[in-house]
Design a protein around this ligand. Structure first.
Ligand code: S3P
Length: 433
C-alpha cells in the first residue's frame, strides 16, 4: 500500500483558470507511433506521468532515440515499423493497462522475444482479452494461469489479418489488434458494438497510414508506412473532469479550463453532468492535429440524480469515480448499470467507491454492474483510494462540500495520470494541509 495521503480542510473553492496536463491516451499513442514512424516527430504537451514514461522507457530500451527538450516536449527519432531492437530485460509497464495492451500488439509483430510486467494492480488485470485476438492472428503470447501478466511474447511465423468483433467495448483491445495489424499480411478489421475512444484511428490517419472507418468498423492493411508528424497533445478531459465537478459543487464559482480534448468518443462526462443540471459551456473550439480541443467554462450548479444512459458509459468510462462524487452531492437518486468494466480498471472502482462513499455518510447500494447512489451530505472523514489514482482525486474533490476534514489514503498513484494535481488544485482553492 502507498504511504502518501491527502489531508484536506472542508469547504475550499475550485475557481479561476487552469490548464490540465496532456491527455494520457494520446501521449501513449504519440510515443508508439512516433517510434515506429519514418522520420523525426516532435511531441508537445506530452503527459510526463509515470504511465506515459513507462511507454517512453520501453521504446528507448528497444533502441529508439529520444530527446527530452522539456518534461512535456519530446523529439522522437522514428525507426520505422521494422526498426525496433530486442530490449534488454523485461519491459515494465508500471500501472498502465494502456501501455501493456497496446504494446502487446506491436510486440506480437516483432522478430524478437519480450516480456511485459507491471505493478501489483496491473499484474491482476485481465489480458486474455488481447491474447485471444492476437493468437487468432498467429501471435505467440503466454500469460499466467489466471490470464494476467507477466505477458511473454515469442516471435511467430508471421502474423495474418483477422476480422474481429470486440466482445467488450475497449479501445485498448481495438488498438492492440490494429497495431498488430500493421505487421499482419492482409486486411485486419475490428468492429465494436459501442464506439470506444478513437485516438488510435485518428493518429494513424495523421501519420498518413491508410485506414478505412465505417460506422463502428475499422480496417487497415499491414506493411505500409507511418510518416512522421509533429503532435500537439490536448489537455486530458479525464483530468479536467475532477475540476469540472469541483467547480459545479463549490458555491458561486466560475472555472475556465483551457485547451481540453473534446473528442466525441471521450466527452460523455460533459453530457452526463449536463443531464444532471450542470452549467458547462464549450467555447473557443479548435483542433490539435486530428483531435478537437476547446475551453470549458463551468459555473456552480444544483445537480440532480439521473439514470445514466447506457450509450454514455464507454464515452465516460474513466470518469465514474468523480461522477459518483457528483451524484453523492446531487438531489435525488443516480443509477448506473451495465458498467461491469469498472471492476477491472486500476482497481475495482465500483467497490472502492461504494466503501468510500459509505464512510462519508452517503447511502449507496453496490450492484454487480453498477450502483445506486442517493444524494446526501458528505460528512468527511477518512477514505482509501485502493491505490487508484482517479479514486484518490475524486475523494479529494469531495472535500469541497464535506462538513469535516477529509483524509484520502494511498495517493501515490496520482502521478500515473496527473503529476502536479495538488499544485493545480491548491491554486484553484482546494485546501490541502
Ligand atoms: C484507454 C482505454 C480505456 C480507458 C483507459 C485508457 C486507452 O480502457 O479506461 O484508461 O487509452 O485506450 P479500455 O479499453 O479497457 O476500456
Amino acid at each position: 500500500m502507498g504511504s502518501s495521503f491527502y489531508q484536506l480542510e472542508p469547504q475550499g473553492q475550485c475557481s479561476g483558470s487552469v490548464q490540465v496536463p496532456g491527455d494520457k491516451s494520446i501521449s501513449h499513442r504519440a510515443v508508439m507511433l512516433a517510434s515506429l514512424a519514418e522520420g523525426v516527430c516532435l511531441i508537445d504537451g506530452f503527459l510526463p506521468s509515470t504511465d506515459c514514461e513507462a511507454t517512453l522507457a520501453a521504446f528507448k530500451s528497444m533502441g529508439v532515440q529520444m530527446e527530452a527538450l522539456s518534461p512535456t516536449k519530446i523529439r522522437i527519432h522514428g525507426v520505422g515499423l521494422k526498426g525496433l531492437k530486442s530490449p534488454q530485460g523485461e519491459l515494465n509497464m508500471g500501472n498502465s493497462g494502456t501501455a501493456m495492451r497496446l504494446m502487446s500488439g506491436i510486440l506480437a509483430g516483432q522478430e524478437f522475444s519480450s516480456t511485459l510486467v507491471g505493478d501489483e494492480s496491473l499484474t491482476a488485470r485481465p489480458m486474455k482479452r488481447i491474447q485471444i485476438p492476437l493468437q487468432d492472428m498467429g501471435a505467440n503470447l503466454a500469460l499466467s494461469n489466471q490470464g494476467t501478466p507477466p505477458l511473454r511474447v515469442q516471435p511467430s511465423n508471421g502474423l495474418h489479418s483477422i476480422d474481429y468483433q470486440l466482445p467488450v467495448a475497449s479501445a485498448q483491445v481495438k488498438s492492440c489488434v490494429l497495431l498488430a495489424g500493421l505487421y499482419a499480411q492482409g486486411r485486419t478489421c475490428v468492429e465494436e458494438n459501442v464506439r470506444s475512444r478513437d485516438h488510435t484511428e485518428r493518429m494513424l490517419q495523421a501519420f498518413s497510414y491508410p485506414i478505412e472507418i465505417e460506422d463502428n468498423r475499422v480496417c487497415l492493411s499491414g506493411g505500409k508506412q507511418l510518416t512522421a508528424i509533429n503532435i500537439d497533445v490536448p489537455g486530458d478531459i479525464s483530468s479536467a473532469a475532477f475540476f469540472i465537478v469541483g467547480a459545479l459543487l463549490s458555491k458561486t464559482t466560475e472555472l475556465v479550463i483551457k485547451n481540453v480534448g473534446v473528442n466525441p468518443t471521450r466527452d460523455g462526462v460533459i453530457e452526463i453532468l449536463r443531464r444532471m443540471g450542470a452549467n458547462i459551456e464549450i467555447s473557443n473550439g479548435k483542433t490539435f492535429g486530428a483531435e478537437p480541443v476547446a475551453d470549458l467554462v463551468v459555473k456552480s450548479s444544483e445537480l440532480k440524480g439521473i439514470e445514466i444512459p447506457q450509450h454514455l458509459i464507454a464515452k465516460s468510462i474513466d470518469e465514474f469515480p468523480i461522477l459518483f462524487i457528483a451524484a453523492a452531492c446531487a438531489q435525488g437518486t443516480t443509477r448506473l448499470n451495465g458498467a461491469q468494466e469498472l471492476r477491472v480498471k486500476e482497481s475495482d472502482r465500483i467497490h472502492n467507491m461504494v466503501i468510500g462513499l459509505q464512510k462519508l455518510g452517503i447511502d449507496v447500494d453496490e450492484k454487480p454492474d453498477g450502483l445506486i447512489i442517493r444524494g446526501g451530505k458528505i460528512k468527511g472523514g477518512e477514505v482509501d483510494s485502493g491505490g487508484d489514482h482517479r479514486i484518490a482525486m475524486a475523494f479529494a474533490m469531495a472535500s469541497l462540500v464535506s462538513a469535516e476534514m477529509m483524509i484520502v489514503r494511498n495517493t501515490d498513484n496520482v502521478v500515473t495520470s496527473f503529476p502536479g494535481f495538488v499544485d493545480s488544485a491548491s491554486q484553484l482553492g482546494l485546501r490541502f494541509k
